[in-house]
Design a protein around this ligand. Structure first.
Ligand SMILES: C[S@@+](CC[C@H](N)C(=O)[O-])C[C@H]1O[C@@H](n2cnc3c(N)ncnc32)[C@H](O)[C@@H]1O
Length: 186
């Protein structure tokens, strides 16, 4: 798939002065380099069950699926409300341990504990999604949130979860759109 320099989508700022060093296929899909980091988390953590909200065109979905296949165990459920995105992403994930559901992130009910989650649907939903799925998380669960850069509202929306101690040891990374990983207190 064609990729563009991220400076097309994200302006330079003090904590990320060179967005042109990253790449993305469009302004919705995660930066290619950040998708690779999410997949590397899956390789490092060896989860049995991964949840992604907001499949979009399946860039990160496919990368997580490939990491799980290389791990030799584990499956991903990715949730998306746009039927065209669902169809597109399903085509690119054929043969991977991935299930893309045409379901809202606020409706899905997991059937097993969540070991790793990547929250990337609407900015206004991500904190609510975390609260919704927290009951399926455990001491070893790691969560990731995309778009936590200062130009987005996600970090502000997560603040109360940090203050309440539900998100533990958050690591905010200075990538163009911003990404944060944290442990969880259930
Ligand atoms: C920022 S994009 C996701 C990018 C993708 N995760 C990636 O890494 O390339 C957000 C997606 O969330 C989807 N979305 C919006 N509301 C949703 C909901 N309630 N449940 C699931 N997906 C939703 C949108 O249709 C859109 O495709």
């Amino acid at each position: 798939m064609r990729e563009f320099v991220e400076s097309r989508f994200t302006a330079p700022r003090p904590d990320c002065p060179n967005p042109e060093r990253w790449h993305a296929p469009d302004d919705q899909s995660t930066e290619v380099e950040v998708t690779a980091l999410v997949a590397a988390m899956v390789t490092a953590l060896q989860p049995d069950f991964v949840l992604e909200t907001g499949t979009c065109r399946g860039s990160t979905t496919e990368a997580i699926g490939r990491a799980l296949r290389a791990n030799g165990q584990g499956k991903l459920v990715s949730l998306e409300v746009d039927p065209e995105c669902v169809a597109f992403a399903r085509r690119r994930c054929v043969g991977l341990p991935v299930c893309i559901l045409a379901t809202s992130s606020m409706d899905y009910i997991p059937s097993c504990p969540i070991d790793f989650a990547f929250f990337d649907s609407l900015a206004s939903l991500r904190a609510l999604e975390f609260v919704r799925y927290a009951r399926w998380m455990h001491d070893r669960t790691v969560v990731g949130f995309h778009d936590t850069g200062p130009q987005h509202t996600v970090r502000e929306r997560l603040k109360h979860l940090e203050e309440e101690g539900m998100l533990v040891s958050p690591l905010y990374l200075p990538t163009p759109r911003g990404v944060m990983f944290a442990r969880v207190r259930t």
